[in-house]
Write a protein that binds this ligand. Structure first.
Ligand SMILES: C=C(O[C@@H]1C=C(C(=O)O)C=C[C@H]1O)C(=O)O
Length: 237
C-alpha cells in the first residue's frame, strides 16, 4: 500500500474550514491528519514527523528547504478575533507581557507592534503552560491565540487585536500560517489538496453550525475575520 502523507493541522476552530474537505473527499484515503497547536506543528515539520503542515510562517526562515503549497492560508485583513493582547490596563501602562507558548507567528507580530506601533518597552515572559492566562492583572498582560483567545475576549477589559493593529499600522493583511512542506510534493496531490481546502470554504455555514459553542459568532469568524486566500498581496507580506 502507498504510504500516507502525514498532514499537520492546527487544533483550533480557525482550521475547520480548511480540513472539512480533507476529511470528506477521496483525498482522505491518501492522508493522515495529525492535530497539534501551531508551535508544536513547527517542531513536527522540522523533525520530519509530518510531511506537510499548516505551520506558523515565522518559522519558515528556520527551514533549510521549504515549499509553500496551494492557495490557502490562515490570514486576516483586519481584526482576526482570535489573536490578541489581553490586558486590564491601557497598552501604554503595560509593563510585562506573557507570550503564548502555542504561537510562533503572533509572538513575532506582537514584538513588532510593541516596538514600532505602540512604542512601549515591556518585559517579555515566555509562558510554559496554560497557567499564564491567570497572570493577566494589573500591569501584566498576555498574548493568547486560537480558541482560548475567543474565550478570553469575554473576560479582559482591553483586547488588542493583533491583525487589526497590524492593518492600522501598515495597511497590509497578515498571514499567520501556510501549508508548508520541506520537500516537494507531487503536483497532482497538491491540486487535490487545494481543491479540498476550497470545498470547505464553500460550506462555511454548515461548519459554523457544527462547531457552534456560543463563544463567538463562527460565521463571522470564518467569513469576515479570517481570510483564507493566499493571494498576491498576502504573499508579499
Ligand atoms: C488566527 C490564528 O492564527 C494562528 C497563529 C499562529 C501563530 O501565532 O503562530 C499559527 C497558526 C494559526 O493558528 C489563531 O490561532 O487564532
Amino acid at each position: 500500500m502507498e504510504q500516507k502523507i502525514r498532514v499537520g493541522i492546527v487544533s483550533y476552530l480557525n482550521t475547520r474550514p480548511l480540513i472539512y474537505g480533507l476529511q470528506r473527499l477521496p483525498i482522505k484515503d491518501k492522508i493522515e491528519l495529525i492535530e497539534a497547536y501551531p508551535a508544536s506543528l513547527a517542531d513536527l515539520l522540522k523533525s520530519g514527523a509530518i510531511d506537510l503542515g499548516l505551520v506558523p510562517v515565522a518559522i519558515i526562515p528556520e527551514l533549510l528547504t521549504y515549499e509553500i503549497n496551494g492557495n490557502y492560508c490562515i490570514g486576516a485583513i483586519g481584526d482576526v478575533a482570535s489573536v490578541a493582547l489581553f490586558s486590564e490596563r491601557h497598552v501604554t501602562e503595560i509593563k510585562k507581557i506573557y507570550l503564548d507558548y502555542q504561537s510562533r507567528s503572533s509572538v513575532q507580530l506582537l514584538k513588532w507592534l510593541v516596538q514600532h506601533h505602540w512604542k512601549i518597552a515591556p518585559e517579555f515572559i515566555e509562558a510554559k503552560d496554560e497557567s499564564y492566562i491567570h497572570e493577566i492583572k494589573d500591569d501584566c498582560a498576555a498574548l493568547i491565540i486560537g480558541d482560548r483567545a475567543l474565550k478570553q475576549r469575554h473576560h479582559s477589559k482591553y483586547v488588542y487585536d493583533l491583525a487589526g493593529e497590524w492593518k492600522a499600522a501598515t495597511g497590509l493583511p497578515f498571514v499567520f500560517a501556510a501549508w508548508v512542506s520541506t520537500k516537494k510534493l507531487s503536483n497532482d496531490f497538491i491540486a487535490a489538496f487545494d481543491a479540498a481546502n476550497a470545498y470547505g470554504l464553500q460550506h462555511i455555514e454548515a461548519i459554523a453550525a457544527e462547531h457552534d459553542s456560543g463563544l463567538y459568532d463562527l460565521k463571522k469568524y470564518y467569513s469576515v475575520n479570517l481570510s483564507y486566500e493566499l493571494d498576491e498581496e498576502k504573499e508579499r507580506v
